[in-house]
Structure formats: C-alpha cells, structure tokens
Design a protein around this ligand. Structure first.
Ligand SMILES: [Zn+2]
Length: 457
C-alpha cells in the first residue's frame, strides 16, 4: 500500500493525505490552504490526483484546514461517502457554509474567484456518514476482489468531535493523527492512547518544538488577561476560532460571571454567527463532554451563556456594538484575523492605545494575526493602512494543540514502536526539531513527509 501527502507539508494548513490500498484511493482530510488570504491561490490549482478515483474521505475534525477543499473535490468529480464522528459532521456543514459566505462576499466586493458552488457545499453534507468513537466500520464496497478496510475513530482531544483515525487493512495497522489536542482541555475528554502494535503512524507537529506554559489553569489565565485589559481602560478584542476556543472562553466566562460574580458589569459580545451556531452543536452532543462539563451541566443548563453576554448573529447586531460606550469585550472570528468580523472591529480599535488585542491561538505564517503578533506596524486592514497602537497580548495556554511534551507522551503510549513514523502539519524547522526530539527520546528517525511523493509502506 502507498501513502502520499497533498497538503500540510512544511506548513500547518491544507491537510490532505492519500492512502492507496489494493487500487482503492482514500483521502484522510481535504483541507483548505490558509495564509494571508482566506483561500490561498494554491487552493485553485488542480488536485495532484484525480478526484473521480477517490472512493472515500475520512475526516479527523471540522477545522477548515482539514475540510475546506471537500466542496472542490466534489465539484471536480468525487462521488463517494465522507466519514466522520457525529459532532464533526454537524460542524462540517456550518464551517463550509460560513467559508462559502466569506468567499462570496470577497467575490462580490473584490472580484476574487469562487473556489466552488453552494450546491457543492450541500453535496458534502448530504454525503456524510457518521460513526461514534470506538465503533469500527468497513470501507470496502463489497467487491470480492476488494480488501477489507476497517476504520475506527479515537478521541483526539483537539476540538469537539475530533478524532485520530485507525485503519486496519492487509494485516497492517495505520494511524493518522489529525490534530492532537492539548492537556486538560475543558469540555473535551482526554486524547485516547494509541492502540497496540501500530505499523504506520502519521503524526502532526504544529507545536513540535514548543512547550505551553503550565503554571496556571485556563480560567485563572483568562481572568488575569481580562483584568489587565480592563485596567488599560479600552476594549478587549479577542480574535477567536469559532469552534472550541470560543466555547472554552464562554465556558470559563460563564463560571467567572455566573458562579464567581466577576466582570458582571462588562458587556461581552460574541460577534460571530459561526461561533453561535457551533455552540448549539456542543449543546446537542452532551455525551461527548468530559466528566467535569457533564457534572457542571446538571447544575447549570446553559454552560455557555451568562447575563452580560450578547450574541450577535446578524450584521445589524454586529454594528450595534459600536454604539455601546465604555470598556467591553468583543469575541469575533476569524482567529488568525484572515477574514471575518474581527477585521471591522480592528479598524476601530487597533489604533486605540487603551484597547487590547488578545490572541488565543496559533497564528499561521502570512496571516494578519501573525504579523501583528510579531510587531509589524502599520498593517493593512480591509484596504486601510493602520498603525498598531493597541496593546498586543497572547494567551498560549488556550492552545487547541498539544505541545512537544504532549505529542511525545502520546507517541510514547504506543507499547510497541511503529515501523514507520511520518511527520506532517508543521512549519519545516518545527517539524525538523520535533523529529530530532523523537530520535532523542525513542531512538527512531521519523520521515518528514514531502509533497506529492508516494511512500510504499
Ligand atoms: Zn485542527
């Protein structure tokens, strides 16, 4: 069998890995390349394979950089099923609809081309087939000459519904990590251990060279950052990833406001239709919560909403935020500031010395978020050049990705070391540093995945 990589090589976006078994071609994820633009030019290039030949797609989770090219795959001829966990399937529809809206907006306003049609998005949701964690299913189409391909989703602890994928075929066990989550993530269950006797393992390396700070719990860290921002006297802007990070923030704020009575007088706005809809998905699948969130739920039916929170779904609701006087907190997407309503708020508050811009997640190379975080000023926002005068802060503790220690711990959960270990989903120097660490810890040299290269395994 063969494995090849068609994205997320030397970078953290565009995840798309192909497994070829006995003539069947299967994709694990089919994500969007994201950098300075919402949809990078690379997304418009032809796939380096024929989408008509793909028999199925297996999704690890609903982040756009893992699912964003699915409608294009369908537009270009893919006609098979798409497998995911039930929360992932619900989130996929929301994320792709939202992405289409942004693309359509950019198309009308700036003339940027559309990557696919709305009907292709609808085709994606129509083809989803769901399985819970630990429920093995068979991908084979029943042809006598086709080998069985058994697939199992395991908890990845990265975002709601996220999975790492186990595939058993031709007597081999293969693992595709997707994105591996951080430790002690609220709401989510912990990442499952690796199964025994793995033959091939593909591991992400986003934070392969870094350690997250561990001296504070998340709620306390959020509380400190809010207090500091409010002392500056302006508005606190939080560019938030709509899935997981936003719900984590709401979950912590709910406890701070409703249980501990803090920040009750500060208006808080969730200015993101996608975040609001994604929160409803969290509310629908409570069986995916960890023990703590489940217990919390029995005391407070609404663990994501509190008295001073305003949900802004329409553009009109969003515009009304401007008229609210005094200090306030605005949570808006996109998390890397490469689109979305956060840009409209940035126009207003980036130049305000009293205001704070707080990053709560990974900022990919080329994004506006990364440039501001690195101290670039002035920056261009929606066509305007603005000096960055606000206080720029970041909160690494909320990362949805495991750091080097967590990834090493997860790899170490394999009782017998895999014969093949491949690394992807990291900036080149980070992946290289992670490979060295793996070598140091386990005495094995991982293969750094190269694009469009076939590896016989
Ligand atoms: Zn992800």
């Amino acid at each position: 069998m063969k494995v090849s990589f068609h994205g997320a090589v030397g970078e953290v976006t565009g995840s798309c890995t192909m497994l070829e078994v006995d003539g069947q071609k299967i994709l694990i994820d089919c994500g969007l390349f994201q950098g300075s633009n919402f949809a990078e030019g690379k997304n418009f290039e032809d796939f380096s394979f024929n989408p008509k030949e793909i028999s199925a797609v297996i999704l690890t989770h609903a982040h756009l950089d893992h699912i964003g090219r699915l409608p294009k795959l369908i537009k270009n001829g893919f006609s098979g099923l798409i497998y995911a966990t039930p929360p992932t399937a619900d989130l996929v529809g929301l994320v792709l609809e939202d992405a289409y809206e942004i693309m359509e907006y950019n198309h009308k306003k700036f003339g940027t081309p559309l990557l696919y049609r709305l009907e292709d998005v609808n085709s994606v949701t129509a083809r989803m087939k769901t399985y819970h964690y630990e429920n093995t299913f068979n991908l084979g189409r029943g042809f006598f000459n086709r080998k069985k391909i058994n697939v199992t989703f395991h908890e990845a602890g990265h975002i709601f519904g996220s999975a790492f994928v186990e595939i058993n075929t031709e007597g081999k066990k293969l693992i595709f990590s997707g994105d591996i989550g951080n430790v002690n993530v609220p709401i989510l269950q912990d990442t499952s251990d690796l199964p025994e006797k793995v033959d091939f393992l593909l591991c992400e390396s986003t934070y392969g060279n870094r350690l997250h700070p561990t001296n504070l719990d998340r709620k306390t860290a959020i509380e400190i950052k809010i207090k500091e921002a409010m002392m500056r006297g302006g508005t606190l802007l939080i560019p938030a990833f709509s899935i997981e990070r936003t719900q984590e923030l709401l979950y912590a704020l709910n406890e701070l406001v409703d249980v501990e009575g803090k920040f009750k007088n500060i208006p808080i706005f969730l200015d993101s239709p996608l975040s609001i809809r994604a929160t409803r998905v969290f509310q629908r699948h409570t069986q995916y919560y960890d023990k703590e969130a489940f217990k919390y739920l029995s005391a407070d039916r609404n663990i994501f909403e509190f008295s001073n929170l305003t949900l802004c779904e329409s553009r009109e609701d969003s515009k009304k935020i401007n008229a609210v006087p005094g200090s306030k907190i605005i949570i808006a997407g996109a998390g890397m500031m490469n689109g979305g309503r956060i840009l409209h708020h940035a126009l207003r508050y980036l130049t305000d010395e009293k205001s704070t811009l707080l990053f709560v997640g990974f900022q990919a190379q080329g994004t506006l978020g990364r440039r501001i975080l690195l101290g670039e000023s002035p920056v261009r926002v929606l066509g305007e050049r603005l000096p960055v005068k606000c206080y720029v802060d970041s909160l690494d503790i909320l990362s949805a990705h495991g750091d080097q220690k967590k990834l090493i711990h997860w790899l170490g959960s394999a009782r017998k070391w895999p014969k093949h270990i491949f690394l992807n989903h990291g900036e080149t120097e980070v992946t290289r540093a992670f490979a060295e660490k793996i070598n140091e810890e386990f005495g094995i040299e991982p293969v750094l995945a190269a694009p469009h290269t076939e590896y016989e395994i």
